[in-house]
Design a protein around this ligand. Structure first.
Ligand SMILES: CC(C)(COP(=O)(O)OP(=O)(O)OC[C@H]1O[C@@H](n2cnc3c(N)ncnc32)[C@H](O)[C@@H]1OP(=O)(O)O)[C@@H](O)C(=O)NCCC(=O)NCCS
Length: 168
């Protein structure tokens, strides 16, 4: 069977459950955190991303808006046996595209120290200290700003919307 990695939203309950389970296994279980601790009350207002290979959810992340211009990425995780193969990179590409389509200018993440190098490779910069989780996980707050050409595209689209609205 051909190996085709697909990045998309979950389609049905089983995929949502697989997504939450992957979050829990990668980001909560090793620190003895209970099931349920991998979710918060922002789930329904967020864009969920899953990486699917041969019908199996092997990666995930979430994007939610903090305000008009700023989005936050949370819960990025890739199944341990599929790491260092470019899966998180593909998820991040999809998130960046979605963020730009929503006219988000800045994306922020509280990056675990073990993931800082990954985000640096993707253009994120450390801007401050992040939370200290479960008594042992240090984070840095990291940010990426999208370029001027993306901002210019925003003004073009906004103008286009006005034009369309004023025509009959
Ligand atoms: C961090 C994580 C999501 C990276 O996923 P991945 O699919 O292995 O990442 P990719 O294969 O797309 O890596 C892209 C690049 O970053 C590098 N990279 C990935 N993880 C890295 C790490 N922990 N340390 C250093 N470099 C790393 C890769 O080597 C690759 O480099 P290259 O482009 O020079 O070849 C994954 O290790 C993971 O799920 N970790 C546990 C959960 C976690 O900590 N999530 C982040 C919460 S902030």
């Amino acid at each position: 069977m051909q190996d085709i990695l697909i990045i998309r939203q979950p389609k049905h309950r089983e995929e949502y459950e697989a997504m939450y389970n992957l979050r829990w296994v990668c980001l909560r279980k090793p620190w003895n955190q209970p099931k349920g601790s991998e979710r918060d009350n922002g789930e329904s207002n967020a864009d969920q991303f899953i990486a699917v290979l041969h019908d199996k959810v092997i990666g995930t992340a979430r994007l939610h808006k903090i305000n008009e211009n700023v989005g936050q990425i949370r819960y990025l995780a890739v199944d341990e046996s599929y790491r260092k193969k470019g899966v998180a990179s593909k998820i991040l590409e999809a998130i960046h595209l979605t963020a730009k389509n929503k006219f988000i200018t800045y994306l922020i993440i509280n990056a675990r120290e073990t993931a800082i190098k990954f985000f640096e490779k993707k253009g994120y910069k450390i801007v401050g200290e992040g939370p200290f989780l479960f008594g042992e996980i240090k984070h840095k707050k990291m940010v990426i700003q999208f370029g001027r050409s993306d901002l210019r595209m925003r003004s073009i689209i906004e103008n286009l919307k006005k034009t369309l609205l004023t025509e009959d």
